[in-house]
Design a protein around this ligand. Structure first.
Ligand SMILES: CC(=O)N[C@H]1[C@@H](OP(=O)(O)OP(=O)(O)OC[C@H]2O[C@@H](n3ccc(=O)[nH]c3=O)[C@H](O)[C@@H]2O)O[C@H](CO)[C@@H](O)[C@@H]1O
Length: 452
Protein backbone atom coordinates (compact mmCIF):
# COMPACT_ATOMS: atom_id res chain seq x y z
CA UNK A 1 0.00 0.00 0.00
CA UNK A 2 1.29 3.42 -0.83
CA UNK A 3 2.05 6.30 1.41
CA UNK A 4 -1.03 8.29 0.42
CA UNK A 5 -3.25 5.33 1.32
CA UNK A 6 -1.54 4.82 4.67
CA UNK A 7 -1.93 8.45 5.60
CA UNK A 8 -5.62 8.57 4.75
CA UNK A 9 -6.33 5.24 6.43
CA UNK A 10 -4.78 6.63 9.58
CA UNK A 11 -6.83 9.82 9.41
CA UNK A 12 -10.02 7.87 8.85
CA UNK A 13 -9.53 5.49 11.71
CA UNK A 14 -8.86 8.41 14.03
CA UNK A 15 -12.44 9.52 13.46
CA UNK A 16 -14.22 6.21 13.09
CA UNK A 17 -14.59 6.34 9.29
CA UNK A 18 -12.18 3.54 8.33
CA UNK A 19 -14.99 1.56 6.66
CA UNK A 20 -14.62 3.89 3.64
CA UNK A 21 -11.61 1.81 2.62
CA UNK A 22 -13.15 -1.61 3.31
CA UNK A 23 -13.48 -2.47 -0.41
CA UNK A 24 -10.23 -0.82 -1.46
CA UNK A 25 -8.48 -4.10 -2.24
CA UNK A 26 -11.18 -5.09 -4.69
CA UNK A 27 -11.12 -1.82 -6.68
CA UNK A 28 -9.48 -1.11 -10.01
CA UNK A 29 -6.53 1.30 -10.02
CA UNK A 30 -8.56 4.28 -11.35
CA UNK A 31 -11.35 3.62 -8.82
CA UNK A 32 -8.81 3.45 -6.03
CA UNK A 33 -7.32 6.77 -6.90
CA UNK A 34 -10.77 8.39 -7.30
CA UNK A 35 -11.84 7.15 -3.89
CA UNK A 36 -8.66 8.47 -2.27
CA UNK A 37 -9.27 11.80 -3.93
CA UNK A 38 -12.82 11.89 -2.57
CA UNK A 39 -11.53 11.12 0.92
CA UNK A 40 -8.91 13.85 0.68
CA UNK A 41 -11.61 16.38 -0.05
CA UNK A 42 -13.73 15.48 3.00
CA UNK A 43 -13.88 17.98 5.81
CA UNK A 44 -13.56 15.31 8.49
CA UNK A 45 -13.55 17.58 11.57
CA UNK A 46 -16.76 19.29 10.38
CA UNK A 47 -18.41 15.96 9.69
CA UNK A 48 -17.56 14.65 13.14
CA UNK A 49 -19.99 16.96 14.90
CA UNK A 50 -22.83 16.39 12.47
CA UNK A 51 -24.01 12.98 13.58
CA UNK A 52 -24.78 14.20 17.09
CA UNK A 53 -26.50 17.26 15.74
CA UNK A 54 -28.70 15.11 13.47
CA UNK A 55 -30.00 13.18 16.45
CA UNK A 56 -30.56 16.34 18.46
CA UNK A 57 -33.07 17.57 15.83
CA UNK A 58 -33.70 21.13 14.69
CA UNK A 59 -30.85 23.45 15.52
CA UNK A 60 -31.04 26.76 17.31
CA UNK A 61 -34.53 27.17 18.80
CA UNK A 62 -34.16 30.65 20.34
CA UNK A 63 -37.03 32.98 21.21
CA UNK A 64 -39.23 33.61 18.22
CA UNK A 65 -41.23 36.84 17.83
CA UNK A 66 -42.98 38.42 14.82
CA UNK A 67 -41.11 40.83 12.54
CA UNK A 68 -42.39 44.07 11.04
CA UNK A 69 -42.80 44.38 7.29
CA UNK A 70 -43.32 47.21 4.81
CA UNK A 71 -46.40 46.88 2.60
CA UNK A 72 -45.34 47.64 -0.96
CA UNK A 73 -49.00 48.16 -1.87
CA UNK A 74 -49.45 50.88 0.73
CA UNK A 75 -46.77 53.12 -0.79
CA UNK A 76 -47.84 56.51 -2.01
CA UNK A 77 -47.52 56.89 -5.77
CA UNK A 78 -44.79 59.52 -5.49
CA UNK A 79 -42.74 57.37 -3.16
CA UNK A 80 -43.20 54.36 -5.41
CA UNK A 81 -41.95 56.34 -8.38
CA UNK A 82 -39.01 57.73 -6.47
CA UNK A 83 -37.88 54.29 -5.30
CA UNK A 84 -38.44 52.76 -8.74
CA UNK A 85 -36.33 55.50 -10.28
CA UNK A 86 -33.56 54.80 -7.82
CA UNK A 87 -33.69 51.10 -8.68
CA UNK A 88 -33.57 51.85 -12.40
CA UNK A 89 -30.53 54.04 -11.88
CA UNK A 90 -28.69 51.32 -9.99
CA UNK A 91 -29.57 48.78 -12.68
CA UNK A 92 -28.53 51.17 -15.44
CA UNK A 93 -25.22 51.82 -13.70
CA UNK A 94 -24.53 48.06 -13.69
CA UNK A 95 -24.65 47.77 -9.91
CA UNK A 96 -27.13 44.88 -9.69
CA UNK A 97 -26.50 41.20 -10.48
CA UNK A 98 -29.04 38.39 -10.82
CA UNK A 99 -28.24 35.20 -8.91
CA UNK A 100 -30.26 32.02 -9.33
CA UNK A 101 -29.84 28.93 -7.19
CA UNK A 102 -30.38 26.01 -9.53
CA UNK A 103 -28.47 23.22 -7.86
CA UNK A 104 -31.50 21.44 -6.39
CA UNK A 105 -32.78 18.16 -7.74
CA UNK A 106 -36.47 18.68 -8.42
CA UNK A 107 -37.21 15.21 -7.10
CA UNK A 108 -40.73 16.17 -5.92
CA UNK A 109 -41.47 17.32 -9.47
CA UNK A 110 -40.25 14.06 -11.00
CA UNK A 111 -38.24 15.93 -13.63
CA UNK A 112 -34.98 14.24 -14.54
CA UNK A 113 -32.94 17.19 -15.83
CA UNK A 114 -32.02 20.49 -14.16
CA UNK A 115 -35.19 22.18 -12.90
CA UNK A 116 -34.62 25.28 -15.01
CA UNK A 117 -34.97 23.14 -18.14
CA UNK A 118 -38.55 22.32 -17.18
CA UNK A 119 -41.38 23.39 -19.48
CA UNK A 120 -44.42 24.21 -17.35
CA UNK A 121 -46.79 23.78 -20.28
CA UNK A 122 -47.30 27.37 -21.40
CA UNK A 123 -48.58 27.89 -24.95
CA UNK A 124 -45.04 29.01 -25.93
CA UNK A 125 -43.41 25.91 -24.43
CA UNK A 126 -40.80 28.12 -22.75
CA UNK A 127 -38.75 26.58 -19.98
CA UNK A 128 -38.15 28.25 -16.62
CA UNK A 129 -34.65 29.29 -17.72
CA UNK A 130 -35.95 30.85 -20.92
CA UNK A 131 -38.64 32.84 -19.09
CA UNK A 132 -35.96 34.16 -16.74
CA UNK A 133 -33.50 34.97 -19.51
CA UNK A 134 -36.09 36.91 -21.46
CA UNK A 135 -37.28 38.86 -18.42
CA UNK A 136 -33.70 39.77 -17.64
CA UNK A 137 -33.04 40.81 -21.23
CA UNK A 138 -36.15 42.96 -21.26
CA UNK A 139 -35.09 44.73 -18.09
CA UNK A 140 -31.54 45.06 -19.42
CA UNK A 141 -32.84 46.70 -22.58
CA UNK A 142 -34.99 49.12 -20.65
CA UNK A 143 -32.10 50.27 -18.43
CA UNK A 144 -29.53 50.17 -21.25
CA UNK A 145 -27.17 47.76 -19.50
CA UNK A 146 -27.06 43.96 -19.48
CA UNK A 147 -27.63 42.56 -16.03
CA UNK A 148 -24.95 39.95 -15.28
CA UNK A 149 -26.49 36.61 -14.41
CA UNK A 150 -24.86 34.14 -11.99
CA UNK A 151 -26.19 30.61 -12.16
CA UNK A 152 -25.44 28.15 -9.38
CA UNK A 153 -25.54 24.51 -10.45
CA UNK A 154 -24.54 21.30 -8.68
CA UNK A 155 -22.04 18.60 -9.54
CA UNK A 156 -25.00 16.55 -10.79
CA UNK A 157 -26.47 19.07 -13.19
CA UNK A 158 -23.68 21.50 -14.09
CA UNK A 159 -22.72 20.15 -17.51
CA UNK A 160 -26.32 19.61 -18.53
CA UNK A 161 -27.24 23.15 -17.51
CA UNK A 162 -24.37 24.74 -19.41
CA UNK A 163 -25.16 22.60 -22.46
CA UNK A 164 -28.83 23.56 -22.30
CA UNK A 165 -27.93 27.23 -22.45
CA UNK A 166 -25.43 26.65 -25.25
CA UNK A 167 -27.79 24.71 -27.52
CA UNK A 168 -30.38 27.43 -27.03
CA UNK A 169 -27.99 30.20 -28.00
CA UNK A 170 -27.94 31.29 -24.33
CA UNK A 171 -31.47 32.58 -25.00
CA UNK A 172 -29.89 35.69 -26.47
CA UNK A 173 -27.72 36.40 -23.44
CA UNK A 174 -24.17 37.60 -24.12
CA UNK A 175 -21.83 34.82 -22.92
CA UNK A 176 -19.65 37.23 -20.95
CA UNK A 177 -22.67 38.26 -18.88
CA UNK A 178 -23.32 34.66 -17.79
CA UNK A 179 -21.42 33.03 -14.96
CA UNK A 180 -22.07 29.35 -14.22
CA UNK A 181 -20.56 27.79 -11.12
CA UNK A 182 -20.93 24.57 -9.14
CA UNK A 183 -22.06 24.45 -5.56
CA UNK A 184 -20.43 22.37 -2.85
CA UNK A 185 -21.54 18.89 -1.89
CA UNK A 186 -21.69 16.86 1.32
CA UNK A 187 -21.56 13.17 2.18
CA UNK A 188 -24.51 11.53 3.92
CA UNK A 189 -24.20 9.80 7.28
CA UNK A 190 -25.85 6.59 8.44
CA UNK A 191 -27.61 6.30 11.78
CA UNK A 192 -24.30 5.57 13.48
CA UNK A 193 -22.65 8.69 12.07
CA UNK A 194 -20.63 6.82 9.46
CA UNK A 195 -20.08 8.39 6.04
CA UNK A 196 -22.13 6.43 3.49
CA UNK A 197 -20.70 4.79 0.38
CA UNK A 198 -22.91 4.86 -2.71
CA UNK A 199 -20.80 2.09 -4.31
CA UNK A 200 -17.80 0.11 -3.07
CA UNK A 201 -15.42 2.68 -4.50
CA UNK A 202 -17.49 5.81 -4.13
CA UNK A 203 -18.69 8.13 -1.39
CA UNK A 204 -22.24 9.32 -2.08
CA UNK A 205 -22.18 13.11 -2.32
CA UNK A 206 -25.28 15.28 -2.41
CA UNK A 207 -25.73 19.00 -3.00
CA UNK A 208 -25.18 20.73 0.33
CA UNK A 209 -28.10 23.15 0.20
CA UNK A 210 -28.43 26.68 -1.06
CA UNK A 211 -26.75 28.02 2.09
CA UNK A 212 -23.37 27.29 0.51
CA UNK A 213 -24.22 29.54 -2.43
CA UNK A 214 -21.93 32.42 -1.53
CA UNK A 215 -19.07 30.21 -0.34
CA UNK A 216 -19.26 28.35 -3.66
CA UNK A 217 -19.50 31.64 -5.55
CA UNK A 218 -16.38 32.86 -3.81
CA UNK A 219 -14.43 29.69 -4.48
CA UNK A 220 -15.37 29.78 -8.16
CA UNK A 221 -14.05 33.32 -8.56
CA UNK A 222 -17.57 34.68 -9.03
CA UNK A 223 -17.44 36.96 -6.03
CA UNK A 224 -14.25 38.61 -7.27
CA UNK A 225 -15.92 38.91 -10.67
CA UNK A 226 -18.81 40.81 -9.07
CA UNK A 227 -16.45 43.17 -7.29
CA UNK A 228 -14.58 43.81 -10.53
CA UNK A 229 -17.81 44.71 -12.28
CA UNK A 230 -18.79 47.13 -9.53
CA UNK A 231 -21.83 45.16 -8.36
CA UNK A 232 -23.43 46.51 -5.18
CA UNK A 233 -26.57 44.38 -4.89
CA UNK A 234 -27.16 40.71 -5.62
CA UNK A 235 -30.69 39.62 -6.42
CA UNK A 236 -31.09 36.02 -5.21
CA UNK A 237 -33.96 33.76 -6.28
CA UNK A 238 -35.09 30.13 -6.67
CA UNK A 239 -34.99 28.61 -10.13
CA UNK A 240 -38.51 27.22 -9.73
CA UNK A 241 -40.57 30.39 -9.30
CA UNK A 242 -42.41 30.84 -12.60
CA UNK A 243 -43.51 34.38 -11.72
CA UNK A 244 -40.17 35.69 -10.52
CA UNK A 245 -39.72 39.41 -11.14
CA UNK A 246 -35.97 39.43 -11.37
CA UNK A 247 -34.36 42.55 -9.94
CA UNK A 248 -37.64 44.46 -9.87
CA UNK A 249 -36.58 48.14 -9.86
CA UNK A 250 -38.93 49.13 -7.03
CA UNK A 251 -37.48 46.42 -4.78
CA UNK A 252 -33.92 47.38 -5.71
CA UNK A 253 -34.71 51.02 -4.98
CA UNK A 254 -36.33 50.16 -1.64
CA UNK A 255 -33.36 48.02 -0.60
CA UNK A 256 -30.96 50.85 -1.46
CA UNK A 257 -33.17 53.41 0.27
CA UNK A 258 -33.24 51.51 3.56
CA UNK A 259 -29.61 50.48 3.15
CA UNK A 260 -29.83 47.34 5.28
CA UNK A 261 -27.47 44.49 4.31
CA UNK A 262 -30.40 42.32 3.16
CA UNK A 263 -33.86 42.99 1.77
CA UNK A 264 -36.39 40.20 1.32
CA UNK A 265 -39.82 39.89 -0.24
CA UNK A 266 -42.48 38.15 1.79
CA UNK A 267 -46.16 37.38 1.29
CA UNK A 268 -48.91 36.23 3.62
CA UNK A 269 -49.04 32.47 3.75
CA UNK A 270 -51.95 31.01 1.78
CA UNK A 271 -52.75 28.53 4.60
CA UNK A 272 -50.97 27.59 7.83
CA UNK A 273 -49.42 24.38 6.50
CA UNK A 274 -48.07 25.95 3.31
CA UNK A 275 -44.55 24.73 2.60
CA UNK A 276 -42.79 28.04 2.98
CA UNK A 277 -40.43 29.20 5.67
CA UNK A 278 -41.63 31.83 8.15
CA UNK A 279 -39.91 35.16 8.44
CA UNK A 280 -39.59 36.28 12.05
CA UNK A 281 -37.18 37.48 14.69
CA UNK A 282 -35.12 34.93 16.60
CA UNK A 283 -33.65 36.37 19.76
CA UNK A 284 -34.33 39.78 18.28
CA UNK A 285 -32.55 39.21 14.97
CA UNK A 286 -34.07 38.53 11.54
CA UNK A 287 -34.48 34.83 10.80
CA UNK A 288 -36.48 32.22 8.92
CA UNK A 289 -37.94 29.13 10.55
CA UNK A 290 -38.10 26.54 7.79
CA UNK A 291 -41.42 24.76 7.19
CA UNK A 292 -39.83 21.40 7.92
CA UNK A 293 -38.80 22.57 11.37
CA UNK A 294 -41.61 24.86 12.49
CA UNK A 295 -43.29 23.91 15.78
CA UNK A 296 -47.08 23.43 15.51
CA UNK A 297 -47.71 26.07 18.16
CA UNK A 298 -46.08 28.67 15.94
CA UNK A 299 -47.70 27.47 12.75
CA UNK A 300 -51.28 28.03 13.90
CA UNK A 301 -50.92 30.92 16.35
CA UNK A 302 -53.17 33.88 15.51
CA UNK A 303 -53.17 37.49 16.67
CA UNK A 304 -56.12 39.48 18.08
CA UNK A 305 -57.56 40.06 14.63
CA UNK A 306 -57.46 36.34 13.80
CA UNK A 307 -54.55 36.60 11.36
CA UNK A 308 -51.67 34.17 11.53
CA UNK A 309 -49.18 35.63 13.95
CA UNK A 310 -46.34 34.11 11.93
CA UNK A 311 -47.85 34.51 8.49
CA UNK A 312 -45.00 36.12 6.57
CA UNK A 313 -43.93 33.46 4.09
CA UNK A 314 -40.36 33.30 2.80
CA UNK A 315 -40.50 33.48 -1.01
CA UNK A 316 -36.73 33.06 -1.47
CA UNK A 317 -36.51 36.46 -3.14
CA UNK A 318 -33.71 38.44 -1.56
CA UNK A 319 -31.32 41.27 -2.24
CA UNK A 320 -27.93 41.02 -0.55
CA UNK A 321 -25.49 43.90 -0.37
CA UNK A 322 -22.20 42.77 -1.89
CA UNK A 323 -20.11 43.87 1.09
CA UNK A 324 -22.30 41.73 3.34
CA UNK A 325 -21.74 38.71 1.09
CA UNK A 326 -18.01 39.34 1.08
CA UNK A 327 -17.93 39.54 4.85
CA UNK A 328 -19.98 36.39 5.41
CA UNK A 329 -19.45 34.09 2.40
CA UNK A 330 -17.44 31.74 4.59
CA UNK A 331 -19.63 32.07 7.67
CA UNK A 332 -19.72 28.27 8.06
CA UNK A 333 -23.47 28.14 8.72
CA UNK A 334 -24.86 25.22 10.71
CA UNK A 335 -26.16 22.24 8.75
CA UNK A 336 -29.78 21.10 8.88
CA UNK A 337 -30.17 17.33 8.90
CA UNK A 338 -32.89 15.50 6.98
CA UNK A 339 -33.65 11.83 7.64
CA UNK A 340 -33.85 10.22 4.17
CA UNK A 341 -33.77 7.02 2.17
CA UNK A 342 -30.23 6.91 0.83
CA UNK A 343 -28.90 4.35 -1.64
CA UNK A 344 -25.82 2.63 -0.27
CA UNK A 345 -24.02 -0.71 -0.11
CA UNK A 346 -24.05 -3.52 2.46
CA UNK A 347 -21.09 -5.16 4.17
CA UNK A 348 -20.33 -7.17 1.04
CA UNK A 349 -20.61 -4.21 -1.29
CA UNK A 350 -24.03 -5.12 -2.68
CA UNK A 351 -26.38 -2.26 -3.49
CA UNK A 352 -29.10 -1.39 -0.98
CA UNK A 353 -32.19 0.54 -2.06
CA UNK A 354 -33.80 1.35 1.30
CA UNK A 355 -37.54 1.42 1.92
CA UNK A 356 -37.21 3.36 5.16
CA UNK A 357 -35.01 6.35 5.94
CA UNK A 358 -31.59 4.95 6.72
CA UNK A 359 -29.41 8.03 7.00
CA UNK A 360 -29.05 11.78 7.07
CA UNK A 361 -28.44 14.34 4.37
CA UNK A 362 -27.07 17.70 5.39
CA UNK A 363 -27.95 21.07 3.95
CA UNK A 364 -27.17 24.66 4.71
CA UNK A 365 -29.95 27.19 4.20
CA UNK A 366 -29.24 30.61 2.71
CA UNK A 367 -31.54 32.39 5.14
CA UNK A 368 -29.36 31.32 8.06
CA UNK A 369 -27.30 34.33 7.00
CA UNK A 370 -30.16 36.63 8.04
CA UNK A 371 -29.29 36.75 11.77
CA UNK A 372 -25.86 38.07 10.78
CA UNK A 373 -27.57 41.23 9.59
CA UNK A 374 -28.73 43.30 12.50
CA UNK A 375 -31.62 44.71 10.48
CA UNK A 376 -33.36 43.67 7.29
CA UNK A 377 -35.77 45.30 4.90
CA UNK A 378 -38.88 43.13 4.85
CA UNK A 379 -40.93 43.97 1.78
CA UNK A 380 -44.43 42.56 1.74
CA UNK A 381 -45.93 41.94 -1.70
CA UNK A 382 -48.98 40.36 -3.36
CA UNK A 383 -48.10 36.73 -3.94
CA UNK A 384 -50.24 36.22 -7.04
CA UNK A 385 -48.06 38.75 -8.81
CA UNK A 386 -44.71 37.19 -8.17
CA UNK A 387 -44.81 33.80 -6.56
CA UNK A 388 -45.64 30.64 -8.48
CA UNK A 389 -43.39 27.86 -7.17
CA UNK A 390 -43.17 24.71 -9.25
CA UNK A 391 -42.46 22.00 -6.71
CA UNK A 392 -44.88 19.08 -7.22
CA UNK A 393 -45.97 17.11 -10.24
CA UNK A 394 -49.65 17.72 -9.48
CA UNK A 395 -51.89 19.62 -7.05
CA UNK A 396 -50.55 22.57 -5.09
CA UNK A 397 -47.40 24.34 -6.29
CA UNK A 398 -47.41 22.39 -9.54
CA UNK A 399 -46.87 23.28 -13.21
CA UNK A 400 -50.67 23.59 -13.54
CA UNK A 401 -51.00 26.13 -10.71
CA UNK A 402 -47.99 28.11 -11.94
CA UNK A 403 -49.33 28.18 -15.48
CA UNK A 404 -52.72 29.39 -14.25
CA UNK A 405 -51.15 32.16 -12.17
CA UNK A 406 -48.99 33.34 -15.06
CA UNK A 407 -51.79 33.32 -17.62
CA UNK A 408 -54.15 35.09 -15.19
CA UNK A 409 -51.51 37.73 -14.65
CA UNK A 410 -51.14 38.27 -18.37
CA UNK A 411 -54.91 38.50 -18.74
CA UNK A 412 -54.98 41.20 -16.05
CA UNK A 413 -52.21 43.13 -17.86
CA UNK A 414 -54.10 42.96 -21.14
CA UNK A 415 -57.35 44.13 -19.55
CA UNK A 416 -55.51 46.98 -17.88
CA UNK A 417 -54.09 47.93 -21.27
CA UNK A 418 -57.59 48.16 -22.67
CA UNK A 419 -58.11 44.73 -24.27
CA UNK A 420 -61.70 43.75 -24.99
CA UNK A 421 -62.77 41.41 -22.14
CA UNK A 422 -64.91 39.42 -24.55
CA UNK A 423 -61.91 38.55 -26.65
CA UNK A 424 -60.19 37.23 -23.56
CA UNK A 425 -63.17 35.40 -22.10
CA UNK A 426 -62.28 31.99 -23.45
CA UNK A 427 -58.67 32.39 -24.49
CA UNK A 428 -55.38 32.44 -22.68
CA UNK A 429 -52.86 34.85 -24.14
CA UNK A 430 -49.25 34.51 -23.07
CA UNK A 431 -47.22 37.70 -23.33
CA UNK A 432 -43.58 37.15 -24.29
CA UNK A 433 -41.32 38.80 -21.69
CA UNK A 434 -39.52 40.60 -24.50
CA UNK A 435 -42.81 42.36 -25.31
CA UNK A 436 -43.66 43.15 -21.69
CA UNK A 437 -41.75 41.96 -18.66
CA UNK A 438 -43.97 43.41 -16.01
CA UNK A 439 -47.18 44.56 -17.68
CA UNK A 440 -45.45 47.69 -18.97
CA UNK A 441 -45.34 48.94 -22.54
CA UNK A 442 -48.58 47.36 -23.73
CA UNK A 443 -49.76 49.86 -26.35
CA UNK A 444 -53.05 49.46 -28.22
CA UNK A 445 -51.02 48.15 -31.19
CA UNK A 446 -49.17 45.49 -29.20
CA UNK A 447 -52.43 44.43 -27.52
CA UNK A 448 -54.05 44.15 -30.93
CA UNK A 449 -51.24 42.05 -32.35
CA UNK A 450 -51.21 39.78 -29.29
CA UNK A 451 -54.91 39.15 -29.71
CA UNK A 452 -54.69 38.35 -33.40
C1 LIG B 1 -33.95 26.10 2.38
C2 LIG B 1 -34.80 26.97 1.52
O1 LIG B 1 -34.30 27.69 0.69
N1 LIG B 1 -36.10 26.91 1.78
C3 LIG B 1 -37.02 27.74 1.04
C4 LIG B 1 -37.36 27.02 -0.26
O2 LIG B 1 -37.98 25.80 0.10
P1 LIG B 1 -37.98 24.49 -0.82
O3 LIG B 1 -38.18 23.31 0.04
O4 LIG B 1 -38.92 24.70 -1.90
O5 LIG B 1 -36.49 24.48 -1.31
P2 LIG B 1 -35.85 23.71 -2.53
O6 LIG B 1 -35.29 22.46 -2.02
O7 LIG B 1 -36.78 23.65 -3.67
O8 LIG B 1 -34.67 24.70 -2.88
C5 LIG B 1 -34.89 26.06 -3.12
C6 LIG B 1 -33.92 26.52 -4.19
O9 LIG B 1 -32.59 26.23 -3.83
C7 LIG B 1 -31.96 25.48 -4.83
N2 LIG B 1 -31.03 24.53 -4.21
C8 LIG B 1 -31.45 23.70 -3.22
C9 LIG B 1 -30.59 22.80 -2.64
C10 LIG B 1 -29.25 22.78 -3.07
O10 LIG B 1 -28.40 22.03 -2.59
N3 LIG B 1 -28.87 23.64 -4.05
C11 LIG B 1 -29.74 24.52 -4.64
O11 LIG B 1 -29.37 25.28 -5.53
C12 LIG B 1 -33.07 24.80 -5.61
O12 LIG B 1 -32.65 24.52 -6.93
C13 LIG B 1 -34.16 25.84 -5.55
O13 LIG B 1 -34.02 26.79 -6.57
O14 LIG B 1 -38.21 27.85 -1.05
C14 LIG B 1 -39.46 28.22 -0.41
C15 LIG B 1 -40.20 29.15 -1.36
O15 LIG B 1 -40.49 28.49 -2.55
C16 LIG B 1 -39.18 28.90 0.93
O16 LIG B 1 -40.38 29.20 1.58
C17 LIG B 1 -38.32 28.01 1.80
O17 LIG B 1 -38.06 28.66 3.02
Amino acid sequence: MNHRYEQLAHKLSACGQEHLLQFYDTLSAPDRSRLLEQIERLDLPAIAGLAQQAHAGASDAGTITPIESCEAEALEERERERLTQRGLELLGAGKVAAFVVAGGQGSRLGHEGPKGTYDIGLPSGKTLFQLQAERLLRLSQSVGKTIPWYIMTSGDNHDETVRFFAVNGNFGYEPDQLFFFRQHSMPSLDEAGRIMLSAPGEIGLAASGNGDAFASLKQSGGLADMRRRGIEWVFYYNVDNALIRIAEPLFVGAAAHFGNPIATKVAQKAYPEEKVGILCLRDGRPAVVEYTEVPQSLQYETDDSGRLKYGLGNLSIHLFRLDFIEAHADAGLAYHAAHKKIRTVDERGNAIVPEQPNGYKFERFIFDLFPLAERMTVWSIRREEEFAPVKNKEGTDSPATARRLLLDQHRAWLLRAGADPQLLAERDIEIPPLVSGDGEGLTPETVKSLLE
